[in-house]
Design a protein around this ligand. Structure first.
Ligand code: KIV
Length: 292
């Protein structure tokens, strides 16, 4: 949260980098997650296309559509008051023509209510990113493990371990800064490289599986809360176990329904004795109150 409780903007984030105040970002996908993450003080809510995996049950982010992203962004926006809301451009979109990229980003902002968009990729997405920035749409970059390219990368694996790929990541980070991106996600890159990148760009870097030298951190809501998430990446720290609590709660409810423990009298609606009399001639056991 901005120290003053004011709305977080791209300027707030830049100032946080300059003042070496760590940025806390988390994904959110709907009204309750947006509301809770905002209340908890997260600076940035990312409506990530990871929603394909943790909310919609796909095995990658590839099937997620622009309409999905707009739908979920709207819900997060309704829940949040203060955090900056950033939405992912879905699979392939950033590789279309400048006009198509701009149109898609425009919909996320105008229809969805996002404050900014995140685009996966480096040099290859610069022209679309520039089109957005020139049109007044802030762009967050995303380098390293870019999940939309999972097939090209040969799986969800650490990036930038060799000289060539590390040099490309550093160059891409600098190009994104030059093109006007306001921040940069670094996913699954060695800490030494994210340290180097974070020092060599003046925009904030936000790490996920990228060590502690980034200017901020991002994790997936369902992962840190253990909320129905099957993936257990080693870089995730678990802060709560809500999936277990939900399971126990629902099992308890099912048991009580089967045993007729629920509902109790207080969970129903009742007529006065006079109303029962008027309606059913005062016979106890009339249909409306079940005889209670
Ligand atoms: O979609 C997403 O949740 C992301 C984060 C993992 C950075 O891109």
């Amino acid at each position: 949260m901005s120290a003053t409780g004011e709305k977080v903007t791209v300027r707030t984030l830049q100032k946080m980098k300059e003042e070496e105040r760590p940025i806390a970002m988390i994904t959110a996908y709907d009204y309750p997650s947006g509301k809770l993450a905002d209340q908890a003080g997260a600076d940035i809510l990312l409506v990530g296309d990871s929603l394909g995996m943790v909310v919609l049950g796909y095995d990658s982010t590839i099937a997620v559509t622009l309409e999905d992203m707009i739908h979920h962004t709207k819900a997060v926006v309704r829940g949040a008051q203060r955090s900056l809301i950033v939405t992912d451009l879905p699979f392939l979109t950033a590789h279309l023509s400048r006009e198509e990229v701009l149109k898609a980003a425009g919909k996320l902002v105008q229809e969805g209510g996002a404050h900014a968009v995140k685009i996966e990729g480096g040099e290859e997405i610069l022209s679309g990113a520039k089109a957005c920035i020139q049109a007044g749409i802030p762009v967050m970059g995303h380098l390293g493990l870019t999940p939309q390219s999972v097939h090209q990368l040969g799986g969800y694996r650490v990036q930038g371990r060799d000289k060539e790929t590390a040099a490309k990541l550093l160059r891409d980070a600098q190009l994104l800064e030059e093109c006007g991106a306001f921040a940069l996600v670094l996913e699954c890159v060695p800490t030494e490289l994210s340290d180097e990148i974070s020092k060599s760009v003046s925009i904030p870097t936000i790490g996920i599986g990228a060590g502690g030298s980034c200017d901020g951190q991002v994790l997936v809501y369902h992962d840190i809360l253990q909320y129905g998430s099957n993936l257990q990446p080693s870089f995730v720290k678990k802060y709560a176990f809500v999936g277990d609590q939900i399971l126990e709660g629902i099992q308890h409810y099912v048991r009580e329904v089967r045993q007729r423990v629920f509902p109790e009298k207080k969970h129903g609606f009742h007529l006065s004795s006079q109303q029962v009399k008027d309606l059913y001639g005062g016979k106890p056991g009339g249909t409306m109150d079940g005889g209670r």
